[in-house]
Design a protein around this ligand. Structure first.
Ligand SMILES: Nc1nc2c(ncn2[C@@H]2O[C@H](COP(=O)(O)OP(=O)(O)OP(=O)(O)O)[C@@H](O)[C@H]2O)c(=O)[nH]1
Ligand SMILES: [Mg+2]
Length: 293
């Protein structure tokens, strides 16, 4: 019997084909494996991760980046992971109205992924879905995710270029960033730099970095599209050089996918039931119980 997914070859020229392929993969519908294995990648579409604390202005920044990238006729896909609300590009009505042209723009495909993996990390789903978008030959794939704890690191494993969006008042977090994301972010975006102390914050950000490994710091006012060109130039320059972390990123993705595969069908409720059964027999041993998993 022919599989339902045989004919789905996602391509940006047909957004419905992209949406359908994403739905199959997102919901693990029959044919997901075949579909993923049949993907071909003929274009190097950079995946740009945009992460940072809630409300830092990530969606607003994505909005301005889209405007900037569209001027040169690019096809852009946006994957918003765990958005506060679906397609919530700015919570204010004004933002929505400004964003509205992009929703119908033939060069922009927007999708949100509301679920994280069962393991709690940035799911294998996000990896698979960005691969669908890459196969669909978009020029740029923007992935927005709220940075809470580990997820910043995880987005870095997914993206070719990781932009960490901060706001001047998140001063307390600088130390956390230092211990985690410093090695993995490709640039800092100090958004909302229309606020007081933006320069002080930028200076602190530079000060806490190693001289040799200083990352670029960009000041933006995303809501006014200020400072966006510099970020776009940075994206262009980064996209042109070979990603030296390619193997590392692929290893990170492979790890996530293998983890998902190995853990498939294992859940704590079922474990509890099985243990309840096993406890009925004498001599229960936990190590004996888990040895065949
Ligand atoms: N003053 C100022 N406000 C901004 C700027 N950029 C965004 N905002 C506002 O900040 C608020 C949050 O912006 P969002 O783009 O939704 O932030 P976000 O990081 O995507 O938020 P979550 O997805 O909920 O984590 C909105 O009211 C924006 O209009 C800026 O540069 N300056
Ligand atoms: Mg957002």
């Amino acid at each position: 019997m022919q599989s339902a997914t045989n004919n789905i070859k996602p391509h940006y020229t047909d957004f419905r084909s992209v949406a359908r392929a994403l739905t199959i993969v997102e919901n693990d519908l029959p044919g997901t494996d075949e579909l993923l294995k049949s993907l071909t990648f003929t274009k190097s579409s950079p995946i740009i991760g945009i992460t940072g604390p809630p409300g830092a202005g990530k969606s607003t920044l994505v909005n301005s980046l889209i405007s900037g990238l569209l001027t040169t006729g690019n096809k852009i896909a946006v994957l918003a992971i765990d958005p506060t609300s679906p397609f919530n590009f700015g919570s204010l009505l004004g933002d929505r109205i400004r964003m509205a042209p992009h929703f119908n723009h033939p060069g922009v495909f927007i999708r949100s992924l509301a679920t994280r993996g069962s393991l709690g990390g940035l799911s294998a789903k996000a990896i698979e879905m960005t691969d669908v978008l890459r196969a669909a030959e978009f020029d740029y794939i923007l992935v927005e995710t709220v940075g809470v704890g580990q997820s910043e690191i995880e987005i870095a494993g997914l993206a070719d270029i990781t932009l960490l969006v901060l706001v001047p008042e998140s001063g307390d977090e600088i130390q956390n960033i230092k211990s985690g994301l410093m090695e993995i972010a490709d640039a800092f975006i100090v958004n909302k730099s229309d606020r007081a102390d933006a320069d002080l914050f930028v200076n602190n950000l530079k000060k806490i970095q190693n001289k040799e490994t200083q990352l670029p710091v960009f000041k933006t006012v995303a809501s006014k599209s200020e400072g966006i060109n510099e970020v776009i130039n940075f994206i262009h320059s980064k996209s042109e050089v070979k990603n030296s972390r390619k193997e590392l990123l692929l290893a990170e993705k492979a790890y996530q996918l293998i983890q998902q595969k190995r853990m498939a069908g294992i859940n704590k409720k079922k474990l509890q039931q099985d243990i309840a059964k096993a406890l009925n027999k004498p001599g229960f041993n936990l190590y004996e119980f888990v040895k065949d998993f």
